[in-house]
Design a protein around this ligand. Sequence first.
Ligand code: PMP
Length: 303
Amino acid sequence: MPDFLPIAYFESKFIPFRDANISIATHALHYGTGAFGGLRGTINPTNPQQVLLFRLDRHCQRLSNSAKYLHYDLSSSKIYEVITDFVTKNKPTKPFYIRPFVYTSDLGIAPRLHNIEKNFFVYGLEMGDYLSPDGISCRISSWYRQEDRSLPLRGKISGAYITSALAKTEAVDSGFDEAILMNSQGKVCEATGMNIFIVRNNKLITPSFDQDILEGITRDSILTIAQNLGIEIEQREIDKTELFIADEVFLCGTAAKVTPVKKVENYHLPQDKMITNKIKEKLTAITENRDSEYQDWITVIDI
Ligand code: PMP
């Protein structure tokens, strides 16, 4: 069991995490009518009385947008206020992860979003590395990412994660660490909870927004960082076969940070990860507030 932070925000109150429980009849549990966010909290390496949150504004905005898809009016500023209070009340001492969740909280059946109560909770857990920082192997999933015309892929809709779960387990069962999913057009999309980048001829390439990807905040940050480092970037369709001959491949996300890919299917990628490492170092420095150029991406919370 993970180490959960002691206080949760549940039904508009801060209460002990162990008391924050929902009924088995909760609507969202049955229909996947929830949406979540995910943020990492870093203890300031130079001051343990401070927690650093990376791009809090963007995370709050994305969750507020996800809530809109659920017909739930929850402002980004309310989410911001709850998350900062949540951190202050928990006083974490180790790296952690915050999971805010919006959902249809009524009890009862019939999938719908109208005439139904919604609610919002936040809890947290300690989190170290999500994937091996030294590099992982990936299989091409037999499961395809859903299409935006079937569900709002710009939101982190909980029900959509059945595909990630199927793909992850299929990958692990067949001896790989992670899965790379294609989209319905058979083009490279993303991993089970991470966006993907490849490097070819010193160019950093990632699927564009029209490829049914999640609008990842780490992805967006990496594009800005790369541009500022003078690395050429391209957002476009990526063929599966480009993965096998890429100079570098990495996955990125809040939990996964920057995770190098060593092998895709049975194709071993070159060991030199120059651009991956450059981006990874920069991102680490930014999240630890050691980079003055990007201080506006960091919210400092005194605990
Ligand atoms: N894709 C999916 C499906 C995800 O769940 C995540 C994690 N939120 C990402 C990509 C990466 O997004 P972010 O960088 O905002 O964490």
